[in-house]
Design a protein around this ligand. Structure first.
Ligand code: NAD
Length: 476
């Protein structure tokens, strides 16, 4: 049975005015799993109008009440964990345990952000004049557009919605056209949690819908997670009316493995990092630089570890990962792997699609003898594929790792404090992990350097992205 979903505008579900429909595919079976109304001009207009109308009253509530609304949403998510997790597995293809973890992480994020209600603050400044107070207020920006990718759709929805709402903004969310169903279900939970109409609006649609939203004059902040290419287009659209942007973009996360590393730890963490969600994670190991003295040992053990990985039906709880999101992505990955092999890389394991008759699967894949100029080493792959590059000295590794347009996450495996310190100081990345797999904490700050983004998410600094300052000079 194919499920049907509508837009969520001003507290209610409604069909799209111009009647567009997105067919959502289950990437494990290649069947259409749901149809979702797709928003265009009038729908965008109505959603932004509803959000704008709702914003002043929402901002006037004490922050603690906005925080309670986030707690109520967290409770709804927890009560509906199983159905939401199954939806995520159906439309995105992640294994069910990971989908359950995504729902749990989203609920925790809501509660964590709610705690900030009593904690974010303004300032009182020293005045140069007698009998004057200078107050600096931390204010909402107004209506926020949240534009989402498909790889962690529910968590990323909440990562935008929670700080936006807590600080007194209202929001219009455009989920990815690949994974809109969980967002529509989230709209139902917004109703059940009793949030005022218009505070949260959900507009499924494609690139055109996103563009219309970004160009709307009443959007004051565009919080976008997705590819660098779309990030550039969104920044250009924002420039037309000077909307702020917060951009969480792609990465090409390097891992450095030194000769003195705990090789077992490095192999297991890098494998786990690369197969997580079939390799479709912005911050996870995308290329490995191994010091020559341990190259053979590391490569052999990584290949063994990758051969142990099970991939297949994401509802089968013995699987480590499921399918890629679609065939276009699979073809693109196949292409860069073949190109690297033609340029001299050695296929050590994988490279094919596996035994499945249907579904966009890709084998756990390792390539040795890779070089810095290969696209496989330079461009984001977003699949379960790891290129290995050899180096002799740390300086050489740091130079290759920093020779990248991306600057999201990085890691190093070493037992030397000196080496770890040097890498932490010299890696040009928003995050560096030492002796552990790549995954960020919600109290930290997830931010890309260079073309990996502008601004960031999580913790205090992520919260403040959704605010602006106002100064009041009070003379008496
Ligand atoms: P994408 O850029 O193709 O699409 C993301 C969203 O943007 C979709 O909703 C799409 O409809 C919309 N969109 C595309 N072009 C647009 C435009 N010109 N104007 C407005 N909206 C537009 O990305 P994707 O394939 O959905 O996601 C994968 C990418 O997301 C990868 O590059 C990954 O690294 C990145 N990502 C980054 C982070 C992070 O925290 N830095 C997290 C998750 C994913």
């Amino acid at each position: 049975m194919v499920l049907n979903y509508q837009l969520f505008i001003d507290g209610d579900f409604r069909p799209a005015t111009q009647g567009g429909v997105i067919e959502v595919m289950n990437p494990a079976t290649e069947d259409v799993y749901a149809t979702v109304a797709s928003a265009l001009d009038e729908d965008v207009q109505e959603a932004v109008t509803a959000a704008k109308r709702a914003q002043p009253a929402w901002a006037k509530l004490p922050a603690i009440e906005r925080g309670r609304a986030l707690n109520a949403l967290a409770r709804e998510l927890r009560q509906h964990t199983e159905e939401l997790a199954r939806i995520l597995t159906y439309e995105q293809g992640k294994v069910l345990s990971l989908a359950r973890g995504e729902v749990a992480a989203a609920a925790d994020y809501l509660d964590f952000t709610a705690e900030w209600a009593r904690r974010y603050e303004g300032e009182i400044l020293q005045s140069d004049r007698p009998n004057e107070n200078i107050f600096m207020f931390t204010m909402p920006v107004g209506v926020v557009a949240g534009i989402l990718p498909w790889n962690y759709p529910l968590f990323l929805l909440v990562r935008k919605l929670a700080p936006a709402l807590l600080t007194g903004n209202t929001i219009v969310i455009k989920p990815s056209e690949e994974t809109p169903v969980n967002a529509c279900e989230f709209g139902r939970l917004v109703q059940q949690a009793g949030l005022p109409a218009g505070v949260v609006n959900i507009l499924p649609g494609g690139r055109e819908t996103g563009d219309l939203l970004c160009r709307h004059l009443d959007i004051r902040l565009i919080s976008f997670t997705g590819s660098v290419a779309a990030g550039k287009q969104i920044m250009a659209a924002a420039a037309t009316h000077m909307a702020r942007v917060s951009l969480e973009l792609g990465g090409k996360a390097p891992c450095i493995v030194m000769e003195d590393a705990d090789i077992e730890l490095a192999v297991n963490s890098i494998r786990d990092s690369r197969i997580h969600n079939a390799g479709q994670v912005c911050n996870c190991a995308e290329r490995v630089y191994v010091q020559r003295g341990r190259l053979a040992e590391f490569s052999t053990r990584l290949v063994e570890a990758m051969r142990q990985v099970r991939f297949g039906d994401p509802f089968d709880e013995t699987m480590d990962y499921g399918p890629l999101i679609n065939d276009t992505r699979r073809q693109a990955i196949t292409h860069v792997v073949r190109e690297a092999i033609n340029d001299g890389a050695e296929l050590l394991t994988g490279g094919g699609y596996g035994p499945h008759k249907r579904g966009f699967y890709f084998e756990p894949t390792v390539l040795g003898n890779c070089t810095q100029n290969m696209r496989l080493v330079r461009e984001e792959t977003f699949g379960p594929v790891l290129p290995i590059i050899a180096f002799d000295e740390l300086d050489e590794a740091l130079a290759m790792v920093n020779d990248s347009e991306y600057g999201l996450t990085s890691s190093i495996y070493t037992r030397s404090l000196h080496t770890a310190m040097r890498a932490s100081n010299e890696l040009q990345y928003g995050e560096t992990y030492v002796n552990r797999a790549h995954s960020e904490a919600i109290q930290a700050f997830h931010s890309g350097w260079k073309q990996s983004g502008i601004g960031g998410a999580d913790g205090k600094y992520g919260l403040l992205e959704y605010t602006q300052k106002r100064v009041v000079y009070m003379q008496n």
